[in-house]
Design a protein around this ligand. Structure first.
Ligand code: SAM
Ligand code: DTB
Ligand code: SF4
Length: 324
């Protein structure tokens, strides 16, 4: 076990949160919740530093899964430029640009249900190439077997992103082509291989607060807290079944980040998808609630993200420094 892994199973961390305890955190007066989250945040992190990662879709669209939120599912008709696996030189050019912009981690995503062993051969070259640029590497490729995670670990992969997306109770409303247990199994393989886990979910899909409680309970009660916890606000994409979903109350989104911070005090909580639709004031509140990581760069996988000039101006205004 390496030192960082030990950090995430330390004795002062809890893995036995009950739903009632989490619901009680959520329902505190807003100021009490934010004060508690910010106090815990300051015990573990510099409150004025944010980690920035950049995303690249290395294989876009035609995914056989039916995730109701996702524009890349073959079952929905979102307008999308479908692209096969990107050549290595284009991936490295994008990573170089992300590094020049100030990103320290490069996350490569593919619209696969689960990669075949032969798919991993070019992906491993990408991991090696990005690492050689001096950046941290992250992949999100769908479900993996134990031997595949081992190969990725051997290639030097730093993080694997695999989200639980929502609570076990609400999950069936969103995805039917793979089970919650499938996701937990992949997460176990990733952990067992010694790759850092990036695991979170999406809010604003029509779930109840109890479902947000259930998602955070699943995330925090794993054998080890995920090192990185992306909390995505649904990006409502035309052509997907959730295109017309009602927008989640913004303060409920901030509460979700604050509760995540309290429950997983040493994890990076990422203010993930959805920033394009957020005001500067809302994002400032998210950072105050304990979010300390973002996706940086003008595109997420297929949808827009705030422009980099705007993000830098916001950081400057808030006195936030990019974590090196
Ligand atoms: N296909 C792989 C998988 O699902 O694990 C990797 C790529 S998938 C696009 C990565 C994650 O993006 C999903 O787990 C989901 O949490 C997030 N995501 C996809 N579409 C989204 C949307 N419209 N709004 C917010 N998050 C989204
Ligand atoms: C995560 O939790 N959010 C990112 C990343 N992990 C791969 C993806 C967000 C995707 C938003 C929709 C899109 O751009 O296609
Ligand atoms: Fe496919 Fe991933 Fe999109 Fe689901 S979230 S449809 S698995 S690309």
């Amino acid at each position: 076990m390496n030192a960082r892994t030990e950090d995430f199973i330390a004795e002062d961390l809890r893995y036995d949160w009950s739903a009632d305890e989490i619901a009680a955190l959520f329902s505190q007066p807003f100021n009490d919740l934010l004060f508690q989250a910010q106090t815990i945040h300051r015990q573990h992190f510099d409150p004025n530093q944010v980690q920035v990662s950049s995303l690249l879709s290395i294989k876009t669209g035609k995914c056989p899964e039916d995730c109701a939120y996702c524009p890349q599912s073959v079952r929905h008709d979102a307008e999308l430029e479908v692209d096969p696996l990107m050549p290595l030189d284009e991936v490295l050019a994008a990573a170089t640009k992300a590094k020049e912009m100030g990103s320290t981690r490069f996350c490569m995503g593919a619209a696969w249900r689960s990669p075949k062993d032969k798919d991993l051969i070019p992906v491993i070259k990408m991991v090696e190439g990005v690492k050689a640029l001096g950046m941290e590497t992250c992949l999100t490729l769908g479900m993996l077997t134990g031997s595949q995670t081992q190969k990725l670990k051997d290639a030097g992969l730093d993080y694997y992103n695999h989200n639980l997306d929502t609570s076990p109770d609400f999950y069936g409303e969103i995805i039917s082509t793979r089970t919650y247990q499938d996701r937990l199994d992949t997460l176990e393989h990733v952990r067992d291989a010694g790759i850092h886990v990036c695991c979170g979910g999406i809010v604003g899909m029509g779930e109840t607060r109890d479902d947000r409680v259930g998602l955070l309970q699943q995330l925090a009660n794993q054998p080890q807290h995920p090192e990185s916890v992306p909390i995505n606000m649904l990006v409502r994409v035309e052509g997907t079944p959730l295109a017309n979903e009602q927008e989640l109350d913004h303060l409920e989104f901030v509460r979700t980040l604050a509760v995540a911070r309290i429950m997983m005090p040493r994890s990076y909580v990422r203010l993930s998808a959805g920033r394009e639709a957020m005001s500067d004031e809302l994002q400032a509140l998210c950072f105050f609630a304990g979010a300390n990581s973002i996706f940086y760069g003008e595109k997420l996988l297929t949808t827009p993200n705030p422009d980099t000039g705007h993000d830098m101006a916001l950081f400057e205004n808030l006195g936030i420094k990019v974590m090196q």
